[in-house]
Design a protein around this ligand. Structure first.
Ligand code: RIB
Length: 327
């Protein structure tokens, strides 16, 4: 009876490669897959569970997992991913996880049932769940994570703190994003570096979510905790705007009594008045570059650069106090 070793020898690949190709358990280049298929045919190596998997052609579908499509940051990511995969002949299956990691597992099962070619995830879930298929992680990644695209959260945190420090702060509070999101720690570290360098005291308010629906109640808790705050470094634009609303409800003027800087630069942040000062993340480009990275992995079998970090931009608007050199 033909063995897998004989298949590997004839195909000129390792037994591990044959096993991955036959079981779809991990990446195999198109060239190696073709060699394995040819050797299987020539040696008539057809254990029935193999026949299915070897000829289980991957679809032209790519799965995208997002934490919360109610937050306008993620539709921008999705648009970038969609444009990127469409240009390479793939279509998108979207899974809105809503920060529920059980839901993430359910979507991964649905993706597998649809025989997707690969998955792109902006969810800070357990990477082990993704390792049996080609994957790219977006946004909520550790800086040493391979196959990832995110923006420079540490520098963004420094920029946000510098914008506040240079505008006569008195009572500074940092509103930190959820602990389980890697970017929260990076931004906080950037905030703290600048505040320490300027020898400024500050308080920390730890949030438990980036969820859109929790922003207003979080802002109320924030002011109940720090009623005398006059300078806020917020965890993202949605929560920054909730803080602005709560400040106005409490009769505080913006930016005279309370100045606020957000993070993301969502479309509404520049449309409202006072406009929200913030750190602009290239959300669309994060999605688009993530799509390109995954398609390169699928088509070429390798990538020269597997970790991509994109720059962020400071956007000064009316929610922070003026200083001389402001435009
Ligand atoms: O607003 C949503 C937040 O979560 C953004 O800052 C983005 O980085 C995402 O991780």
């Amino acid at each position: 009876m033909t063995t897998i070793k004989e298949v590997a020898k004839l195909a000129g690949v390792s037994v591990a490669t044959v096993s991955r190709a036959l079981n779809n358990s991990g990446y195999v280049s198109e060239e190696a897959r073709k060699k394995v298929e040819s050797a299987v045919k020539e040696l008539n190596f057809y254990p029935n569970e193999v026949a299915r998997s070897l000829y289980q052609k991957k679809s032209k579908l790519i799965g995208l997992l997002l934490p919360d499509i109610a937050n306008p940051f993620f539709p921008l990511i999705a648009k970038g991913v969609e444009d990127g995969v469409n240009q390479r002949g793939y279509s998108l299956l979207l899974g809105n996880v809503e920060d529920d990691l059980e839901k993430e597992k359910d979507y991964l099962k649905i993706f597998a049932q649809n025989n997707i070619a690969g998955v792109i995830s902006a969810v800070q879930g357990d990477i082990k769940d993704l390792q049996n298929m080609p994957f790219v992680l977006l946004d909520r990644v550790e800086s040493d994570q391979n196959f990832s695209v995110h923006s420079d959260d540490y520098t963004g945190g420094m920029m946000a703190a510098e914008a506040i420090v240079s505008r006569d702060p008195k009572e500074i509070v940092i509103m930190v994003g959820p602990k389980e999101v890697p970017s929260s720690a990076a931004r906080l570290a950037g905030n703290q570096k600048v505040l320490k360098d300027h020898q400024l005291d500050y308080q920390i308010f730890q949030t438990s979510s980036f969820k859109f629906e929790l922003a207003e109640q979080t802002a109320e808790q924030f002011f109940d905790t720090y009623p005398n705050v006059d300078s806020v470094i917020a965890s993202n634009d949605v929560y920054a705007i909730a803080v602005m609303k709560e400040a106005l409800k409490r009769g505080r003027r913006i930016p005279e009594d309370v100045q606020i800087i957000g993070y993301d630069d969502m479309p509404f942040s520049r449309m409202m008045y006072p406009g929200l000062a913030t750190i602009a993340q290239p959300a669309y480009e994060i999605g688009y570059r993530g799509a390109k990275l995954l398609c390169d992995i699928l088509e070429k079998g390798f990538v020269e650069v597997s970790r991509i970090q994109l720059p962020v931009i400071l956007k000064i608007r009316e929610s922070v106090r003026k200083k001389d050199e402001d435009e």
